[in-house]
Design a protein around this ligand. Sequence first.
Ligand SMILES: [Mn+2]
Length: 138
Amino acid sequence: MARGLRFMVQEHHATRLHWDFRLELDGVLKSWAVPKGPPTETGVKRLAVQVEDHPLSYWGFEGTIPEGEYGAGSVKVWDKGTYVLKLREPRKYHVLLKGKKLKGDYRLINFKDRNWLMYKVDSIEGPAKDSSGSKSRS
Ligand SMILES: [Mn+2]
């Protein structure tokens, strides 16, 4: 299982404000534009429109995309962290996000064309219990 993959969310003040959710995967940043922003709570489903993959070199980009260029407007990193890819199917991702704002189990479900739903779920799988007590030895 891949570990230490990165994700980030950029707040993008383009013609319409949206948030770009990006997962490092297959050597690119898989990307979705989320008009209302990724949910931070369970019980909220948000539309996430898949957009073209971005190169890894785009990681952490902040700044202003000039007028006349695609996506013109200001971009800043809204959240970033690592994630664990728990399930990957052509139209379904389960990811465990470890960011500052986005934490926990998320689902991305493709329901039509490039339209996906993104939502957070309660972690019910309760595995990985530390049965041996704390292992920390400082
Ligand atoms: Mn964007």
